[in-house]
Write a new protein. Structure first.
Length: 515
Protein backbone atom coordinates (compact mmCIF):
# COMPACT_ATOMS: atom_id res chain seq x y z
CA UNK A 1 0.00 0.00 0.00
CA UNK A 2 3.01 2.26 0.15
CA UNK A 3 3.60 4.94 2.73
CA UNK A 4 0.70 5.65 5.06
CA UNK A 5 0.58 7.25 8.46
CA UNK A 6 0.74 5.07 11.55
CA UNK A 7 -2.74 6.29 12.48
CA UNK A 8 -4.24 5.23 9.14
CA UNK A 9 -2.67 1.78 9.47
CA UNK A 10 -3.93 1.44 13.03
CA UNK A 11 -7.47 2.46 12.16
CA UNK A 12 -7.88 0.79 8.80
CA UNK A 13 -6.09 -2.33 9.91
CA UNK A 14 -5.24 -5.36 7.88
CA UNK A 15 -7.42 -8.44 7.68
CA UNK A 16 -4.50 -10.72 8.41
CA UNK A 17 -3.57 -8.79 11.55
CA UNK A 18 -7.16 -8.79 12.78
CA UNK A 19 -7.57 -12.47 12.06
CA UNK A 20 -4.47 -13.37 14.05
CA UNK A 21 -6.02 -12.28 17.35
CA UNK A 22 -7.52 -15.28 19.17
CA UNK A 23 -9.94 -14.50 21.98
CA UNK A 24 -10.59 -18.04 23.19
CA UNK A 25 -14.15 -19.34 23.47
CA UNK A 26 -16.32 -16.21 23.37
CA UNK A 27 -19.21 -16.21 25.79
CA UNK A 28 -21.45 -14.31 23.34
CA UNK A 29 -21.19 -16.89 20.54
CA UNK A 30 -23.74 -19.68 20.20
CA UNK A 31 -22.45 -23.23 20.16
CA UNK A 32 -24.75 -23.81 17.20
CA UNK A 33 -22.91 -21.30 15.01
CA UNK A 34 -20.92 -22.87 12.16
CA UNK A 35 -17.25 -22.01 12.40
CA UNK A 36 -16.27 -19.22 10.01
CA UNK A 37 -13.03 -17.88 8.60
CA UNK A 38 -11.93 -14.31 9.31
CA UNK A 39 -15.10 -12.31 8.50
CA UNK A 40 -14.06 -8.64 8.79
CA UNK A 41 -12.63 -8.32 5.28
CA UNK A 42 -14.75 -5.23 4.54
CA UNK A 43 -13.56 -3.30 7.56
CA UNK A 44 -15.58 -1.15 9.94
CA UNK A 45 -17.37 2.18 9.73
CA UNK A 46 -19.32 4.66 11.84
CA UNK A 47 -21.79 7.40 11.03
CA UNK A 48 -24.61 9.85 11.77
CA UNK A 49 -23.16 11.08 15.09
CA UNK A 50 -25.40 12.60 17.75
CA UNK A 51 -24.21 14.14 21.05
CA UNK A 52 -24.75 10.87 22.95
CA UNK A 53 -24.47 8.15 20.32
CA UNK A 54 -23.06 7.05 16.98
CA UNK A 55 -23.88 4.25 14.54
CA UNK A 56 -21.26 1.49 14.24
CA UNK A 57 -21.16 -0.76 11.18
CA UNK A 58 -19.50 -3.91 9.95
CA UNK A 59 -20.39 -6.88 7.76
CA UNK A 60 -19.33 -10.49 8.10
CA UNK A 61 -17.92 -11.62 4.75
CA UNK A 62 -15.12 -14.23 4.66
CA UNK A 63 -15.46 -14.40 0.85
CA UNK A 64 -16.85 -10.94 -0.04
CA UNK A 65 -16.96 -11.41 -3.83
CA UNK A 66 -19.03 -14.60 -3.92
CA UNK A 67 -21.61 -14.45 -6.67
CA UNK A 68 -24.60 -15.00 -4.38
CA UNK A 69 -23.86 -11.70 -2.63
CA UNK A 70 -23.76 -13.37 0.80
CA UNK A 71 -20.02 -12.99 1.35
CA UNK A 72 -19.25 -16.63 1.98
CA UNK A 73 -21.35 -16.77 5.15
CA UNK A 74 -23.50 -19.77 6.14
CA UNK A 75 -27.27 -19.25 6.25
CA UNK A 76 -27.24 -18.86 10.04
CA UNK A 77 -27.47 -16.06 12.57
CA UNK A 78 -24.20 -15.00 14.18
CA UNK A 79 -23.56 -13.12 17.41
CA UNK A 80 -21.29 -10.08 16.97
CA UNK A 81 -19.92 -8.35 20.04
CA UNK A 82 -18.91 -4.70 19.94
CA UNK A 83 -16.89 -2.41 22.17
CA UNK A 84 -16.36 1.34 22.38
CA UNK A 85 -13.36 2.67 24.29
CA UNK A 86 -11.76 6.00 25.03
CA UNK A 87 -8.33 4.70 23.99
CA UNK A 88 -7.13 2.67 20.97
CA UNK A 89 -5.80 -0.13 23.21
CA UNK A 90 -9.29 -0.61 24.73
CA UNK A 91 -7.98 -0.20 28.24
CA UNK A 92 -11.05 1.89 29.10
CA UNK A 93 -14.19 0.39 27.54
CA UNK A 94 -17.14 2.78 27.95
CA UNK A 95 -19.85 0.89 26.06
CA UNK A 96 -20.32 -2.66 24.79
CA UNK A 97 -22.94 -5.11 23.69
CA UNK A 98 -23.90 -7.86 21.29
CA UNK A 99 -25.76 -7.66 18.01
CA UNK A 100 -27.02 -10.40 15.71
CA UNK A 101 -25.89 -10.60 12.08
CA UNK A 102 -28.61 -12.28 10.02
CA UNK A 103 -28.55 -13.74 6.48
CA UNK A 104 -31.50 -11.55 5.39
CA UNK A 105 -29.25 -8.48 5.75
CA UNK A 106 -26.16 -10.14 4.28
CA UNK A 107 -24.81 -10.37 7.84
CA UNK A 108 -24.38 -6.61 8.07
CA UNK A 109 -24.45 -5.07 11.54
CA UNK A 110 -25.79 -1.65 12.53
CA UNK A 111 -25.27 -0.77 16.19
CA UNK A 112 -26.37 2.46 17.86
CA UNK A 113 -23.71 2.86 20.55
CA UNK A 114 -25.33 5.10 23.14
CA UNK A 115 -24.54 6.62 26.51
CA UNK A 116 -21.49 8.44 25.11
CA UNK A 117 -20.18 11.88 26.03
CA UNK A 118 -20.83 14.77 23.63
CA UNK A 119 -17.99 16.08 21.49
CA UNK A 120 -15.69 13.16 22.34
CA UNK A 121 -13.45 10.87 20.30
CA UNK A 122 -13.76 7.10 20.72
CA UNK A 123 -12.39 3.85 19.32
CA UNK A 124 -14.49 0.81 18.47
CA UNK A 125 -14.17 -2.77 17.26
CA UNK A 126 -16.23 -5.91 16.69
CA UNK A 127 -15.72 -9.57 17.63
CA UNK A 128 -17.19 -12.69 16.04
CA UNK A 129 -16.26 -16.15 17.34
CA UNK A 130 -12.46 -16.02 17.77
CA UNK A 131 -12.02 -13.14 15.33
CA UNK A 132 -11.54 -9.43 16.03
CA UNK A 133 -12.08 -6.60 13.58
CA UNK A 134 -9.80 -3.69 12.74
CA UNK A 135 -10.15 -0.70 15.08
CA UNK A 136 -12.20 2.29 13.98
CA UNK A 137 -12.05 5.86 15.26
CA UNK A 138 -15.23 7.86 15.70
CA UNK A 139 -16.70 10.76 17.60
CA UNK A 140 -19.94 12.19 18.88
CA UNK A 141 -21.41 15.55 17.92
CA UNK A 142 -21.06 18.44 20.38
CA UNK A 143 -23.90 19.10 22.82
CA UNK A 144 -26.78 20.90 21.14
CA UNK A 145 -26.43 24.07 23.22
CA UNK A 146 -22.67 24.51 22.88
CA UNK A 147 -20.72 26.20 20.12
CA UNK A 148 -17.45 24.43 19.36
CA UNK A 149 -14.53 26.59 18.36
CA UNK A 150 -14.07 24.71 15.10
CA UNK A 151 -15.12 21.73 12.99
CA UNK A 152 -13.03 19.99 10.33
CA UNK A 153 -15.05 18.12 7.74
CA UNK A 154 -14.46 16.71 4.28
CA UNK A 155 -16.91 15.88 1.52
CA UNK A 156 -16.53 13.63 -1.49
CA UNK A 157 -18.44 11.72 -4.16
CA UNK A 158 -18.21 9.56 -7.29
CA UNK A 159 -15.81 6.62 -6.98
CA UNK A 160 -16.05 4.56 -10.15
CA UNK A 161 -14.04 1.43 -9.36
CA UNK A 162 -12.80 0.84 -12.89
CA UNK A 163 -11.74 4.38 -13.67
CA UNK A 164 -9.15 5.04 -10.98
CA UNK A 165 -7.41 4.05 -7.76
CA UNK A 166 -8.79 5.46 -4.51
CA UNK A 167 -5.70 7.43 -3.47
CA UNK A 168 -7.87 10.40 -2.49
CA UNK A 169 -9.36 8.35 0.34
CA UNK A 170 -5.89 7.79 1.80
CA UNK A 171 -5.22 11.52 2.01
CA UNK A 172 -8.72 12.16 3.35
CA UNK A 173 -8.17 9.60 6.13
CA UNK A 174 -4.85 11.18 7.07
CA UNK A 175 -6.59 14.57 7.46
CA UNK A 176 -8.41 13.11 10.49
CA UNK A 177 -11.65 15.07 9.93
CA UNK A 178 -14.43 15.30 12.50
CA UNK A 179 -16.95 14.18 9.89
CA UNK A 180 -16.98 12.94 6.28
CA UNK A 181 -19.94 13.76 4.05
CA UNK A 182 -20.54 11.34 1.20
CA UNK A 183 -22.69 13.01 -1.47
CA UNK A 184 -23.49 10.14 -3.79
CA UNK A 185 -22.34 7.58 -6.36
CA UNK A 186 -20.67 5.26 -3.86
CA UNK A 187 -20.95 2.54 -6.50
CA UNK A 188 -21.65 2.58 -10.24
CA UNK A 189 -24.25 0.17 -11.51
CA UNK A 190 -22.82 0.07 -15.03
CA UNK A 191 -19.42 -0.64 -16.48
CA UNK A 192 -16.93 1.85 -17.85
CA UNK A 193 -15.21 0.40 -20.95
CA UNK A 194 -12.75 3.31 -21.11
CA UNK A 195 -9.29 2.84 -22.57
CA UNK A 196 -7.85 4.31 -19.36
CA UNK A 197 -9.63 1.88 -16.98
CA UNK A 198 -7.25 0.59 -14.30
CA UNK A 199 -9.19 -2.39 -12.88
CA UNK A 200 -12.27 -4.46 -13.56
CA UNK A 201 -15.52 -5.42 -11.89
CA UNK A 202 -16.21 -8.99 -10.86
CA UNK A 203 -19.70 -8.63 -12.33
CA UNK A 204 -18.92 -7.43 -15.85
CA UNK A 205 -22.51 -6.46 -16.76
CA UNK A 206 -24.74 -3.80 -15.27
CA UNK A 207 -25.93 -4.90 -11.83
CA UNK A 208 -29.68 -5.06 -11.19
CA UNK A 209 -30.32 -7.77 -8.56
CA UNK A 210 -29.82 -7.72 -4.80
CA UNK A 211 -26.98 -10.26 -5.01
CA UNK A 212 -25.19 -8.18 -7.65
CA UNK A 213 -25.61 -4.87 -5.80
CA UNK A 214 -24.26 -6.52 -2.64
CA UNK A 215 -21.28 -7.91 -4.51
CA UNK A 216 -20.51 -4.50 -6.03
CA UNK A 217 -20.51 -2.78 -2.64
CA UNK A 218 -18.27 -5.52 -1.31
CA UNK A 219 -15.83 -5.08 -4.17
CA UNK A 220 -15.54 -1.36 -3.41
CA UNK A 221 -14.89 -2.11 0.25
CA UNK A 222 -11.99 -4.40 -0.63
CA UNK A 223 -10.04 -1.21 -1.40
CA UNK A 224 -7.76 -0.51 1.62
CA UNK A 225 -7.89 3.28 1.16
CA UNK A 226 -11.68 3.32 1.27
CA UNK A 227 -11.65 1.14 4.38
CA UNK A 228 -9.14 3.53 5.98
CA UNK A 229 -11.35 6.55 5.26
CA UNK A 230 -14.33 4.81 6.84
CA UNK A 231 -12.30 3.83 9.89
CA UNK A 232 -10.84 7.32 10.41
CA UNK A 233 -14.02 9.28 11.18
CA UNK A 234 -17.82 9.06 11.19
CA UNK A 235 -19.57 9.47 7.84
CA UNK A 236 -22.91 11.00 6.90
CA UNK A 237 -23.91 9.50 3.56
CA UNK A 238 -26.58 10.14 0.94
CA UNK A 239 -27.03 8.50 -2.47
CA UNK A 240 -27.36 9.89 -5.97
CA UNK A 241 -28.32 8.06 -9.17
CA UNK A 242 -25.67 5.39 -9.77
CA UNK A 243 -26.53 3.54 -6.57
CA UNK A 244 -29.66 2.55 -8.54
CA UNK A 245 -29.47 3.50 -12.23
CA UNK A 246 -27.95 6.42 -14.13
CA UNK A 247 -30.22 9.51 -14.07
CA UNK A 248 -33.20 7.80 -12.46
CA UNK A 249 -35.97 10.09 -11.26
CA UNK A 250 -38.93 9.87 -8.92
CA UNK A 251 -40.97 7.16 -7.24
CA UNK A 252 -43.61 6.79 -9.94
CA UNK A 253 -42.56 3.72 -11.99
CA UNK A 254 -43.66 5.52 -15.15
CA UNK A 255 -41.17 8.34 -14.52
CA UNK A 256 -38.05 6.49 -13.46
CA UNK A 257 -36.67 5.94 -16.94
CA UNK A 258 -33.19 7.46 -17.38
CA UNK A 259 -33.69 7.95 -21.12
CA UNK A 260 -36.73 8.88 -23.20
CA UNK A 261 -38.37 5.74 -24.56
CA UNK A 262 -36.50 3.38 -22.23
CA UNK A 263 -38.54 1.03 -20.03
CA UNK A 264 -39.17 2.17 -16.44
CA UNK A 265 -37.00 0.82 -13.65
CA UNK A 266 -38.84 -2.05 -11.92
CA UNK A 267 -39.75 -1.41 -8.30
CA UNK A 268 -38.03 -4.69 -7.42
CA UNK A 269 -34.73 -3.31 -8.70
CA UNK A 270 -35.10 -0.10 -6.72
CA UNK A 271 -35.94 -2.08 -3.60
CA UNK A 272 -32.83 -4.22 -4.10
CA UNK A 273 -30.63 -1.16 -4.66
CA UNK A 274 -31.91 0.63 -1.56
CA UNK A 275 -31.55 -2.47 0.60
CA UNK A 276 -27.95 -3.00 -0.52
CA UNK A 277 -27.16 0.68 0.09
CA UNK A 278 -28.62 0.49 3.61
CA UNK A 279 -26.78 -2.75 4.37
CA UNK A 280 -23.47 -1.10 3.52
CA UNK A 281 -23.82 2.36 5.10
CA UNK A 282 -23.31 3.35 8.77
CA UNK A 283 -26.63 5.19 8.90
CA UNK A 284 -29.58 5.75 11.24
CA UNK A 285 -31.99 5.56 8.32
CA UNK A 286 -34.60 2.84 8.97
CA UNK A 287 -34.12 -0.34 6.97
CA UNK A 288 -36.15 -0.04 3.75
CA UNK A 289 -38.79 -2.68 3.17
CA UNK A 290 -40.16 -1.36 -0.14
CA UNK A 291 -38.87 0.48 -3.20
CA UNK A 292 -38.55 3.72 -1.21
CA UNK A 293 -36.23 4.80 1.60
CA UNK A 294 -36.43 7.65 4.15
CA UNK A 295 -33.06 9.19 3.31
CA UNK A 296 -33.23 12.94 3.97
CA UNK A 297 -32.32 13.94 7.50
CA UNK A 298 -30.53 16.50 9.65
CA UNK A 299 -27.46 16.45 11.88
CA UNK A 300 -26.52 19.19 14.33
CA UNK A 301 -22.98 20.21 15.30
CA UNK A 302 -23.81 22.15 18.42
CA UNK A 303 -24.83 25.71 17.57
CA UNK A 304 -22.02 25.93 15.01
CA UNK A 305 -23.66 24.07 12.11
CA UNK A 306 -26.88 22.46 10.96
CA UNK A 307 -26.28 19.86 8.28
CA UNK A 308 -29.31 19.22 6.08
CA UNK A 309 -28.82 16.04 4.02
CA UNK A 310 -31.13 16.11 1.00
CA UNK A 311 -32.56 13.53 -1.39
CA UNK A 312 -32.78 14.90 -4.92
CA UNK A 313 -33.75 11.59 -6.59
CA UNK A 314 -36.81 9.96 -5.06
CA UNK A 315 -39.22 12.88 -5.20
CA UNK A 316 -38.20 14.78 -8.32
CA UNK A 317 -40.23 15.18 -11.48
CA UNK A 318 -38.84 13.40 -14.51
CA UNK A 319 -36.02 15.18 -16.33
CA UNK A 320 -37.19 17.65 -18.97
CA UNK A 321 -36.39 16.98 -22.62
CA UNK A 322 -33.01 18.47 -23.52
CA UNK A 323 -33.24 22.17 -24.27
CA UNK A 324 -36.90 22.53 -23.28
CA UNK A 325 -37.01 25.89 -21.48
CA UNK A 326 -40.81 25.80 -20.90
CA UNK A 327 -40.62 22.46 -19.09
CA UNK A 328 -37.41 23.21 -17.18
CA UNK A 329 -38.88 26.52 -15.94
CA UNK A 330 -42.37 25.30 -15.17
CA UNK A 331 -43.56 26.68 -11.82
CA UNK A 332 -44.88 23.28 -10.73
CA UNK A 333 -41.67 21.30 -11.12
CA UNK A 334 -39.76 19.99 -8.11
CA UNK A 335 -36.48 18.22 -7.48
CA UNK A 336 -37.13 17.62 -3.77
CA UNK A 337 -40.87 17.03 -3.58
CA UNK A 338 -43.19 19.34 -1.64
CA UNK A 339 -42.81 17.56 1.71
CA UNK A 340 -39.01 17.62 1.75
CA UNK A 341 -38.98 21.23 0.52
CA UNK A 342 -41.19 22.33 3.42
CA UNK A 343 -39.13 20.24 5.86
CA UNK A 344 -36.01 22.11 4.73
CA UNK A 345 -37.61 25.58 4.84
CA UNK A 346 -39.05 24.93 8.31
CA UNK A 347 -35.61 23.90 9.56
CA UNK A 348 -33.96 26.96 8.03
CA UNK A 349 -36.52 29.17 9.76
CA UNK A 350 -35.32 28.03 13.19
CA UNK A 351 -31.85 29.56 12.60
CA UNK A 352 -30.53 27.16 15.21
CA UNK A 353 -26.89 27.36 14.10
CA UNK A 354 -24.40 29.89 12.77
CA UNK A 355 -23.99 27.91 9.53
CA UNK A 356 -26.59 26.00 7.51
CA UNK A 357 -24.94 23.40 5.27
CA UNK A 358 -27.06 21.73 2.56
CA UNK A 359 -25.41 18.42 1.65
CA UNK A 360 -26.87 17.30 -1.68
CA UNK A 361 -26.08 15.68 -4.98
CA UNK A 362 -26.40 17.75 -8.17
CA UNK A 363 -25.22 21.19 -9.31
CA UNK A 364 -27.27 23.91 -7.60
CA UNK A 365 -26.14 27.19 -9.18
CA UNK A 366 -27.06 28.23 -12.69
CA UNK A 367 -24.74 26.58 -15.21
CA UNK A 368 -25.65 27.89 -18.65
CA UNK A 369 -22.45 27.55 -20.64
CA UNK A 370 -24.03 29.44 -23.52
CA UNK A 371 -25.06 32.40 -21.39
CA UNK A 372 -28.35 32.93 -23.26
CA UNK A 373 -31.49 32.92 -21.12
CA UNK A 374 -33.64 32.09 -24.14
CA UNK A 375 -31.63 28.98 -25.04
CA UNK A 376 -31.63 26.00 -22.64
CA UNK A 377 -29.60 23.64 -24.83
CA UNK A 378 -26.40 24.31 -22.85
CA UNK A 379 -27.90 23.38 -19.47
CA UNK A 380 -28.19 20.09 -17.61
CA UNK A 381 -31.76 18.91 -17.19
CA UNK A 382 -30.60 16.52 -14.43
CA UNK A 383 -29.32 19.34 -12.17
CA UNK A 384 -31.20 22.18 -10.46
CA UNK A 385 -31.21 24.08 -13.78
CA UNK A 386 -33.84 21.56 -14.87
CA UNK A 387 -35.97 22.50 -11.85
CA UNK A 388 -35.55 26.28 -11.64
CA UNK A 389 -38.81 26.90 -9.76
CA UNK A 390 -37.73 24.45 -7.07
CA UNK A 391 -34.36 26.22 -6.75
CA UNK A 392 -36.06 29.62 -6.66
CA UNK A 393 -38.46 28.61 -3.88
CA UNK A 394 -35.66 27.28 -1.69
CA UNK A 395 -33.27 30.17 -2.36
CA UNK A 396 -35.95 32.80 -1.83
CA UNK A 397 -37.01 30.82 1.20
CA UNK A 398 -33.67 31.19 2.95
CA UNK A 399 -33.51 34.86 1.97
CA UNK A 400 -36.99 35.48 3.44
CA UNK A 401 -36.04 33.60 6.60
CA UNK A 402 -32.85 35.62 6.95
CA UNK A 403 -30.63 32.55 7.08
CA UNK A 404 -27.25 33.89 8.11
CA UNK A 405 -24.87 31.55 6.30
CA UNK A 406 -26.39 29.19 3.71
CA UNK A 407 -23.78 26.99 2.02
CA UNK A 408 -24.63 24.29 -0.52
CA UNK A 409 -22.27 21.26 -0.70
CA UNK A 410 -22.43 19.30 -3.95
CA UNK A 411 -21.00 16.27 -5.74
CA UNK A 412 -21.87 14.54 -9.05
CA UNK A 413 -20.03 16.55 -11.73
CA UNK A 414 -16.49 15.06 -11.52
CA UNK A 415 -14.84 18.48 -11.30
CA UNK A 416 -14.01 20.91 -8.53
CA UNK A 417 -16.23 24.02 -8.69
CA UNK A 418 -16.85 27.08 -6.52
CA UNK A 419 -19.79 29.44 -7.09
CA UNK A 420 -21.66 32.37 -5.63
CA UNK A 421 -25.42 31.94 -5.49
CA UNK A 422 -27.99 34.45 -6.74
CA UNK A 423 -31.73 34.65 -7.12
CA UNK A 424 -31.21 35.31 -10.85
CA UNK A 425 -28.11 34.00 -12.61
CA UNK A 426 -28.56 36.13 -15.72
CA UNK A 427 -28.91 39.51 -14.02
CA UNK A 428 -26.64 38.69 -11.09
CA UNK A 429 -27.25 41.17 -8.33
CA UNK A 430 -26.99 40.39 -4.64
CA UNK A 431 -25.04 37.30 -3.59
CA UNK A 432 -27.34 35.22 -1.36
CA UNK A 433 -25.29 32.08 -0.71
CA UNK A 434 -22.33 29.93 -1.66
CA UNK A 435 -21.89 26.58 -3.39
CA UNK A 436 -18.85 24.34 -2.92
CA UNK A 437 -18.57 21.39 -5.33
CA UNK A 438 -16.25 18.42 -4.96
CA UNK A 439 -14.66 16.58 -7.83
CA UNK A 440 -14.70 12.78 -7.95
CA UNK A 441 -12.61 10.30 -6.02
CA UNK A 442 -11.88 8.42 -9.25
CA UNK A 443 -14.62 8.95 -11.87
CA UNK A 444 -13.42 10.59 -15.06
CA UNK A 445 -13.95 14.31 -15.60
CA UNK A 446 -14.55 16.26 -18.77
CA UNK A 447 -11.56 17.54 -20.74
CA UNK A 448 -13.54 20.55 -21.97
CA UNK A 449 -13.68 23.54 -19.63
CA UNK A 450 -16.68 25.88 -20.02
CA UNK A 451 -16.25 29.60 -20.65
CA UNK A 452 -16.46 31.28 -17.25
CA UNK A 453 -16.94 34.72 -18.84
CA UNK A 454 -20.54 33.70 -19.49
CA UNK A 455 -21.02 32.58 -15.88
CA UNK A 456 -19.36 35.25 -13.69
CA UNK A 457 -20.89 33.79 -10.51
CA UNK A 458 -18.71 30.68 -10.96
CA UNK A 459 -15.31 31.47 -9.52
CA UNK A 460 -13.38 28.24 -10.07
CA UNK A 461 -13.34 25.01 -12.07
CA UNK A 462 -10.66 22.35 -11.64
CA UNK A 463 -10.30 18.97 -13.34
CA UNK A 464 -8.46 17.00 -10.68
CA UNK A 465 -9.61 13.92 -8.82
CA UNK A 466 -9.94 14.59 -5.11
CA UNK A 467 -12.23 15.99 -2.41
CA UNK A 468 -12.96 19.20 -0.48
CA UNK A 469 -11.69 19.87 3.04
CA UNK A 470 -13.37 22.54 5.18
CA UNK A 471 -12.52 24.19 8.49
CA UNK A 472 -15.59 25.76 10.07
CA UNK A 473 -15.45 28.33 12.89
CA UNK A 474 -18.04 30.79 14.18
CA UNK A 475 -16.46 33.53 12.07
CA UNK A 476 -15.36 31.76 8.87
CA UNK A 477 -15.65 28.73 6.62
CA UNK A 478 -12.32 27.95 4.98
CA UNK A 479 -12.60 25.51 2.07
CA UNK A 480 -9.69 23.77 0.37
CA UNK A 481 -10.08 21.84 -2.86
CA UNK A 482 -7.66 18.91 -2.62
CA UNK A 483 -6.42 17.34 -5.84
CA UNK A 484 -4.31 14.23 -6.33
CA UNK A 485 -1.57 13.94 -8.92
CA UNK A 486 -3.05 10.81 -10.55
CA UNK A 487 -5.83 8.29 -10.07
CA UNK A 488 -4.34 6.12 -12.84
CA UNK A 489 -1.04 5.44 -11.04
CA UNK A 490 -1.37 2.32 -8.91
CA UNK A 491 1.76 2.85 -6.80
CA UNK A 492 0.71 5.12 -3.90
CA UNK A 493 4.29 6.22 -3.26
CA UNK A 494 4.18 8.00 -6.64
CA UNK A 495 0.90 9.84 -5.92
CA UNK A 496 0.80 13.17 -4.12
CA UNK A 497 -1.95 15.52 -3.00
CA UNK A 498 -2.08 19.31 -2.97
CA UNK A 499 -4.49 22.15 -2.27
CA UNK A 500 -5.40 23.39 -5.74
CA UNK A 501 -7.71 26.22 -4.63
CA UNK A 502 -8.67 27.86 -1.35
CA UNK A 503 -11.59 30.17 -0.54
CA UNK A 504 -13.23 31.53 2.58
CA UNK A 505 -16.82 32.43 3.37
CA UNK A 506 -17.10 35.00 6.15
CA UNK A 507 -19.84 34.92 8.76
CA UNK A 508 -22.81 37.00 7.63
CA UNK A 509 -21.21 37.74 4.24
CA UNK A 510 -22.35 35.21 1.60
CA UNK A 511 -19.98 34.62 -1.26
CA UNK A 512 -16.45 33.43 -1.90
CA UNK A 513 -13.39 35.34 -0.68
CA UNK A 514 -9.97 34.42 -2.10
CA UNK A 515 -7.35 33.60 0.51
Amino acid sequence: MGTVSRRTFLLGGAAAAGGAVVLGVPRWASAAEPTIRYPFTLGVASGDPLPDSVVLWTRLAPAPLNGDGLGGMPASNFAVAWEVASDPAFGSVVASGTSTAVPANAHSVHVVAGGLQPGAWYYYRFKAQTHISPVGRTRTAPASTTQPSSMLFAFASCQHWEQGWYHAHRFLANDQPDLVLWLGDYIYEGTSSQATDVRGYTVTDEVDTLAQYRQRYAQHRTDPNLRAAHAAAPWAAVFDDHEVKNNWAGNDPTTTSPEPGAPPIPSTRKAAAFKAWWENMPTRIPQPTTSSIAAYRRLQWGTLASLHLLDTRQYRDDQAPDGSCPVMRSSTRTITGATQEQWLLDALATRSATWDLLGQQVFFAGRDTGGDAADCNDMSTDAWDGYTASRQRITQGWVNRQVRNPVVLTGDVHRHWAANLHLDYYTGGQIVGTELVTSSISSLGSDTAPDLSRMPHIRYIGNQRGYVRCRLTPSQLTSEWVGISSAFQQNPSLVTSSVVRRYAVLDGQPGLVSI
